[in-house]
Design a protein around this ligand. Sequence first.
Ligand SMILES: [Zn+2]
Length: 240
Amino acid sequence: MSRHQISLLAIAVAAVTALAPSPASAQPKKAPVDCEQVKCIALTFDDGPGQYAGTLLDTLKKYDAKATFFLEGQYVKSRPAFVKRMAAEGHELGNHSYSHPDFTKSEAGKIRSEIQKTQDAVKQAAGVEPKLLRPPYGLADLQVSDIATEFGMPMILWTGGSHDWDTKNVEAIKKKTLEVAQRDGIILMHDWVKQTVDAMPSIVKTLQSKGYTLVTVSDIVKRQNLQPGDIFPVPQGWER
Ligand SMILES: [Zn+2]
């Protein structure tokens, strides 16, 4: 295609975008973040969408921050509008099972159906399929890894936890999150914890003032070249 054709195409796309009520597919694509140049961090929210996801999305939008949501299929079913909005606003959607069983204590068939039902629910709600798996409780073994391989998904754990589900205290969540924050870090949080959502404006502002860009997990792991079934960061004692 010539440059002229491409620019005509761009004008056509822009015209359509201006007329359409901006579905996710028509959002202007930003240049991808390069975490080698930029000080990146990924906040991840598990088990949702939780009931406070709307407020969290408002905060992320206000500060132009991206996050990753490891969704539980049963709540995708009950709160599909949040999932649609997450995708439309540039956040990443990951698979965190359908009903949160410990995969290392589950039969293969159960694990497969937990993953598949969640893939289907997210696809139905947001039109996209998760590309990353976070096994419930961050627990995986070789069987889980093999099944993740079948689904073409690497498994993503975290470099630091906010302990939000434990403390349920705004100041404690902020303190712990900032303590474990590091360049290219992946931070575990939960959008069903009200105090986490309440702490977010202050956490985001503070991280940004320290030079962080809040990005998705895929932005962070781009350089790792993860293959389906891989786990990152690799937990102690893990051998493939
Ligand atoms: Zn979980």
